[in-house]
Write a protein that binds this ligand. Sequence first.
Ligand SMILES: Cc1cc2nc3c(=O)[nH]c(=O)nc-3n(C[C@H](O)[C@H](O)[C@H](O)COP(=O)(O)OP(=O)(O)OC[C@H]3O[C@@H](n4cnc5c(N)ncnc54)[C@H](O)[C@@H]3O)c2cc1C
Length: 266
Amino acid sequence: MSQQSPAELGILADDPAYNATLAARIDDTDTLARVWIKPDAATTPFEPGQYVTIGVKVGEKWLQRPYSIASSARALDGGYELYLRLVRGGAFTPLAFALPIGHRMRVLPPKGRFMMQENDSRVHLFVSSGTGIAPFVSMARTLLDDGAPRRAIYLNGVSYVSDLGYRDIIDGWSASGAYPATYVPTISRPNDPANAGWGGRTGRVETIVRAALGDLAVDPANAVAYLCGNPEMIVAAEKELSAYGLPDEAIHKELYWPAGKQPTGA
Ligand SMILES: Cc1cc2nc3c(=O)[nH]c(=O)nc-3n(C[C@H](O)[C@H](O)[C@H](O)COP(=O)(O)OP(=O)(O)OC[C@H]3O[C@@H](n4cnc5c(N)ncnc54)[C@H](O)[C@@H]3O)c2cc1C
């Protein structure tokens, strides 16, 4: 959590272009938070998988970034639920993490072509690193609200066990039978003391793709994959999915930043 107040960071408390409020926030860790952004007007409908751009003004300058929507496309009343990582040295996230509940901001309408294909009965393979799991939570929540859950396998890679966001929700769906989801987390730093006691899979998510799908007897002819997050992971995971037998048409990708890019202030 940022130690500095919005004013100390130069964030304007109000601006004529602000059209939304930070309505709620849950900090999962010091660097991961779920936030709810409530537009002043009715929440613009979106397709699961799309993102909104949120921003604040610092002096004369807008600082803003896109974030995948994690909420159901059928639950617009609460605004947009987003899942943010604090990038130390980043231009925007240190500002976003400094905002108290009730702070004003700007939200641009939902956009993006990384959308769940409708009328597709194939098994969903949701492959993500870190916060890249957010659009896949929206997809399943939307299908759940539509009364049309589909078999889904979540392969999610993070550095630390504490970073396994939405784990409780997805495991809860499986346990209750509400949604036919299988959650397969993997930890890339198993020897770090913070991960002591972890008994699950280890390594970056791309390294477990083929083994996990094989263990779950996934038929590549009856699966459609969505990949989201770190660009290096996406390139590597796509190769693994192709090697497993998925055709190019069955692999959809959302890169959170260009390969090789470092945080602005780092
Ligand atoms: C379509 C789209 C959807 C996105 N959705 C999300 C989302 O749901 N949640 C989210 O946290 N981010 C998401 N991002 C990334 C987000 O837009 C910002 O890039 C990120 O919050 C960093 O902003 P910054 O200004 O603090 O860092 P910048 O100064 O812009 O530095 C960017 C650098 O930070 C690192 N970085 C960026 N995003 C992440 C991340 N999520 N985890 C770890 N390192 C990162 C990379 O090295 C990147 O090059 C999304 C990006 C795109 C293009």
